[in-house]
Design a protein around this ligand. Structure first.
Ligand code: ZN
Ligand code: ZN
Ligand code: ZN
Length: 372
């Protein structure tokens, strides 16, 4: 399965950038299996099988893709990018990896490799030193190139269109369950161009106080705040947006809290200048919510990186001193959650550029009031 119509030259340059990072971080070899690092470098996404698929990239020289023989036909071959190494049913693929690794001392391992394969490899080469692949890949994956940014913008625009349908009252809410509305939003994400829906949280009234509420059989009523947080994958890149609507005029406490949330989220978006820290983006939103007296109700980090995965580096969280760089793409999504009563969150995806932060999402940021 290829992720998109990416030209071979892009993969070649990504491989050589990975090798530069390996030299810089003193990593001798990179081994990847499940997850998005491998398709980022090769275009091939491994299926979560009991048979091993593994990319072995040495610090110098060519990458090898170890693959079960029966999966080999699915690989779009790019002999300049990697050598295909199919293995038969009676072979030991970990031994093949061990051989390809040669005398590599420091090995960076993908986060999502099954432990059964890593444990086997450890037995083959107990003397090697192992680190996480993020050491090599974060610098590449977190800074999106132009084609990646275009894909994120297109996915964001598609999610915005669904948000506009919600805010325009085109998605019936009153009298339907959260689960029904979630299915409706999911269908609209596909209709607007996503290939896959990753989540569609719909949380009404008191359920909105749980940030990752699972939409259920709660029937939506007039007087509810309805939090909708949804996203999918379009041409290999993810969307993610949160908007809240209120069914009927909101009571004073909700209107008041929302004005604080609106201000905090806008300040967080505007804080994302190149050279500031990721933790500063979090601090900026949190300071506004704290000052207004809602600090105890903002129970999560401000945001996460986004790209081929919904949640990836860099995270906008206290303690992350990574400097924002051009091409960083991440969410800014503060929330206020009052247990047992209501909750609210406002989320946009932002791309950092030399000229300042650019929001990918432009759907109305207000708490839209719907009369249904
Ligand atoms: Zn989330
Ligand atoms: Zn979200
Ligand atoms: Zn998010």
């Amino acid at each position: 399965m290829t992720t998109s119509l990416v030209p071979e030259s892009v993969y070649l340059s990504r491989i050589s950038r990975a090798q530069e990072e390996m030299a810089r971080t003193s990593v001798d070899a990179l081994i990847l299996s499940l997850g998005q690092d491998m398709p980022y470098l090769t275009g091939y996404l491994a299926m979560p099988l009991e048979r091993l698929t593994m990319l072995v990239l040495p610090k110098n020289g060519k990458a090898s893709l170890i693959i079960p023989q029966l999966e080999a036909p699915r690989v779009q071959q790019m002999p300049n990018v990697f050598t295909l190494v199919p293995w038969g049913e009676t072979e030991d693929p970990v031994r093949i990896a061990h051989t390809l690794l040669g005398n590599a001392q420091s090995i960076a391992v993908g986060d999502q490799m099954w432990s059964r394969f890593l444990v086997d490899l450890l037995q083959h080469r107990p003397e090697s030193h192992y680190v996480r692949s993020v050491v090599v890949m974060e610098a590449l994956r977190s800074r999106k190139d132009i084609a990646e940014i275009e894909a994120l913008v297109a996915a964001g625009a598609a999610a915005d269109r669904v948000a506009a349908q919600l805010q325009g009252g085109l998605i019936p809410l009153v009298g339907r369950t959260e689960a029904e509305v979630s299915a409706d939003i999911s269908a609209r994400l596909i209709a607007e161009g996503h290939q896959k829906v990753n989540f569609a949280i719909v949380a009404a009234g008191e359920n909105a106080a749980s940030p990752h509420h699972h939409p259920g059989d709660r029937v939506i009523r007039h007087g509810d705040i309805v939090l909708c947080d949804f996203g999918g994958t379009m041409n290999g890149y993810c969307s993610d947006i949160t908007r809240c609507v209120h069914l009927g005029e909101p009571p004073a406490d909700i209107a008041q809290a929302y004005s604080v949330l609106l201000e905090a989220q806008a300040a967080g978006v505007n804080a994302g200048h190149v050279g500031t820290t990721c933790e500063n983006v979090d601090a900026v939103t949190r300071a506004i919510i704290d000052k207004a007296g809602y600090g105890e109700y903002f129970v999560h980090r401000t945001g996460h990186g986004i790209g081929m995965e919904e949640h990836e580096d860099p995270y906008m969280v206290s303690g992350n001193t990574t400097l924002i760089a051009p091409g960083h793409a991440y969410s800014v999504e503060p929330g206020i959650y009052v247990p047992g009563k209501w909750g609210m969150r406002l989320e946009d995806i932002v791309v950092a550029t030399a000229d300042g932060p650019v929001a990918v999402n432009n759907a109305n940021h207000q708490l839209v009031v719907l009369e249904q």
